[in-house]
Structure formats: structure tokens, C-alpha cells
Design a protein around this ligand. Structure first.
Ligand code: FES
Ligand SMILES: [Fe+2]
Length: 375
């Protein structure tokens, strides 16, 4: 274990070490400083967000050649593009001339033109033209491509690994693939996307999305009537992910139309999973809701989220209703998570017991993952 100059980081490492030594029957939370420390966030940026696979968005955001969107991850400016051959690329959005942003927002382009001196890049990042540069001795266009960062597409989700050193993602998800197979997430069309920033630590939202304990109290009218807390069932996770199934109240109308491959059991539950560290997804019988989370400060999380489904028309009344439901329960979560963040600035609370495995075992898996990364 490394020691650090920031005492708070040593405290957090020690606490994670203690948690790693406990078994699941003794599951408990981390102290509030885990969620409030700016020093620890800097370490998370280096150790997690630069080294792990981080989901940036959905392939349905860039369905056609030339489509792109820009995003930011731990201060790195990125372009996610689809090239003429259909390949998805994640590029550094920093011009190789004097370092301005090359693209902003989202849209469709035949090439990316830096607005400062009009250097022009292909959709895969290679430099096509650099005005008036031909007289510069030794200037070599081939050496001035936008860096292509390592990326992987899994089940329509686009991941980046900034430091390029992570083991390939897909093989680490093969058991999760088997669980999700009949739900056919890869056949679902992107129907809605949005972005937001909540005043809470990224781990608060990750943990909240992944536990069914709060459904009855936080979502009494939205989620509890459909997926009651009492029917949540933990799924054994692996190094890279954790999951649980949220079963539907038998009194609630069936959530079809179902894919023909789905078993009766699968028609009655949603699989919620967290690909560590910060990608959370709920694959329901009919719709997929996902949240790509990036830290925007110790007490702020940037969210890029969306809904996919077997329907194709985003204006379809049922799709609109489902998206509205997601917005409603997201708002309920936001309220709780923003008061949680304020409460976490305390010296009078250290750690609390976690609820049983089916309800908060996913948080325990997440904390064990954090212990593996930091101890
Ligand atoms: S900084 Fe981009 S062309 Fe000069
Ligand atoms: Fe919630």
C-alpha cells in the first residue's frame, strides 16, 4: 500500500482495507469523506477514470458516417465519431497545431475543421490539410493526426480507455452477456438522450442506481408499484461488474411486447448492472435505461443518459410515457442524492450497516471493487 501526502487518502485506503477484510454479513458503508474529498477525487481520476473502461455514450447517438458528439472525461476533451467505413473512433479533441478545440457539440461532418487556423482532420483523426504549411521544413501531415484513444463497443455502448492499458472489456463481461442474452439489448433502438449535472458525488449516484432498498421510500408512486423493493434479487457479480434483478409486481400489467427469446422469468424482471466504475444500466423487458457517469467535481456528477427499446419512433405515445417515467424517478433520486451530499459534510457519522444482499449487496460489490483498486 502506498502512503500519500494527503492524510484523507490514507484514511480512505485504510477504511477500504478494513472493508475488504469483512465478509458480506458484516457489510457496511464507507465514511462520508469517501464522497466529499477533492484529494480522493484526484486519485480516482488517475486510478479509475484514466485506467478503466469508461462508457461515453450509445452507438445510436452516431448512427451514420460523419456523425459525432463531443464530451469531456477527467478534463480530456474528446470527439466520438463514426468514420466513412462505419468504424467508431474516440479522438482527442485538441488540435495538433496550437491546441484549440477542434469540434464542439454534436452533428454530422465530412471532416473536422479547427476554427482557429483551419487545420482539417478526417473522421478518424488523420490530418487532411493544413493551410500554408507546405513551406515549413520537415512538416509531416502524417505526424499530426488527432490521437485515437482506445475504444470498444459492447452491446451498443461506446467505451474509452484513456491510458490504453486496460485488458479488453468484452471478455470480462461474458457472464453478464449470458444473463442479458435474451433481452437483446443490441437490437434496441436509441429513443431518447439527455445530459445533466447533479450536485452529488459520482459514487452516490452509482450506488443509488444499483440498490433496490430505496424504491419503496424514494419512489412510492413511480417505481415501487411496478418493481417493489421486496422482490429485488441480487445476481452474483464478477471483478468487473455487479447486478441485481428487479422483479415486477404480479399485479402490474405485463411489460411487453417481449423478444421471442425471453423466458417467462425474464419477462418479469429488469436486470440492473454496474460496469465498474461508473456505468449503470437497467435492461427491462421492453426498454433499456442507461446512465454514463463522469465526475465533475467531488460534489458534482455529469450524466449522459438515454433510453433504448424495440420501438423505432421516439414520438410513440408509449415511448414518451416511459421517458417521462424515467425523468420523474430520476428527479426523485436527484432530490435524495443532493441532500445526501450535503449531509456527508459531517463529522458525526462514520459508517452504517448495509441492508441485506438482495437489497444493497451491489453496493458491497462496488466497495469491494474500490478496495481492489486502492489497497
Ligand atoms: S490551433 Fe487548430 S488550426 Fe491552429
Ligand atoms: Fe432511485
Amino acid at each position: 500500500m502506498q502512503t500519500s501526502t494527503a492524510p484523507v487518502i490514507d484514511t480512505i485506503r485504510r477504511e477500504l482495507g478494513d472493508i475488504a477484510a469483512l465478509d458480506a454479513t458484516q457489510a457496511r458503508t464507507m465514511p462520508p469523506v469517501f464522497y466529499t474529498s477533492a484529494d480522493f477525487l484526484e486519485l480516482e481520476k488517475e486510478e479509475l477514470f484514466r485506467k478503466e473502461w469508461i462508457c461515453l455514450g450509445h452507438t445510436g447517438e452516431i448512427p451514420n458516417p460523419g456523425d459525432y458528439f463531443t464530451t469531456e472525461l477527467v478534463d480530456e476533451q474528446l470527439i466520438v465519431s463514426r468514420a466513412a467505413d462505419g468504424a467508431v473512433h474516440v479522438l482527442s479533441n485538441v488540435c495538433r497545431h496550437r491546441g484549440n478545440l477542434v469540434a464542439e457539440g454534436k452533428g454530422n461532418r465530412r471532416s473536422f475543421v479547427c476554427g482557429y487556423h483551419a487545420w482539417t482532420y478526417d473522421l478518424d483523426g488523420s490530418l487532411k490539410t493544413a493551410p500554408l504549411m507546405s513551406k515549413v521544413k520537415g512538416f509531416d501531415k502524417k505526424k499530426c493526426s488527432l490521437p485515437q484513444l482506445r475504444s470498444e463497443v459492447w452491446s451498443n455502448f461506446i467505451f474509452v480507455n484513456l491510458d490504453g492499458q486496460a485488458a479488453p472489456l468484452a471478455p470480462q463481461l461474458s457472464k453478464l452477456d449470458a444473463i442479458l442474452r435474451n433481452y437483446h439489448n443490441e437490437e434496441r433502438n436509441l429513443l431518447f438522450t439527455d445530459e445533466g449535472v447533479w450536485a452529488t458525488n459520482w459514487k452516490n449516484l452509482t450506488e443509488n442506481f444499483m440498490e433496490g432498498y430505496h424504491l419503496f421510500a424514494t419512489h412510492p408512486k413511480t417505481l415501487q408499484p411496478m418493481t417493489p423493493t421486496q422482490l429485488c434479487k441480487k445476481v452474483p457479480g464478477e471483478e468487473r461488474w455487479t447486478a441485481y434483478r428487479s422483479y415486477y409486481d404480479p399485479a402490474f400489467p405485463p411489460r411487453g411486447p417481449f423478444h421471442k427469446d425471453m423466458t417467462e422469468d425474464e419477462q418479469r424482471n429488469t436486470v440492473l448492472f454496474n460496469i465498474f466504475p461508473s456505468f449503470v444500466v437497467a435492461v427491462a423487458a421492453n426498454y433499456t435505461l442507461y446512465l454514463c457517469l463522469r465526475p465533475a467535481g467531488a460534489d458534482k456528477v455529469a450524466i449522459r443518459w438515454g433510453v433504448a427499446g424495440f420501438k423505432t419512433d421516439p414520438e410513440d405515445a408509449e415511448v414518451v410515457r416511459y421517458v417521462q417515467l424515467c425523468k420523474d424517478f430520476n428527479e426523485e433520486d436527484r432530490e435524495k442524492l443532493e441532500t445526501l451530499q450535503r449531509a456527508q459534510n459531517t463529522r458525526y457519522f462514520h459508517s452504517g450497516p448495509l441492508a441485506p444482499d438482495d437489497l444493497e449487496g451491489t453496493i458491497w460489490d462496488f466497495l469491494q471493487y474500490m478496495a481492489r483498486r486502492f489497497c
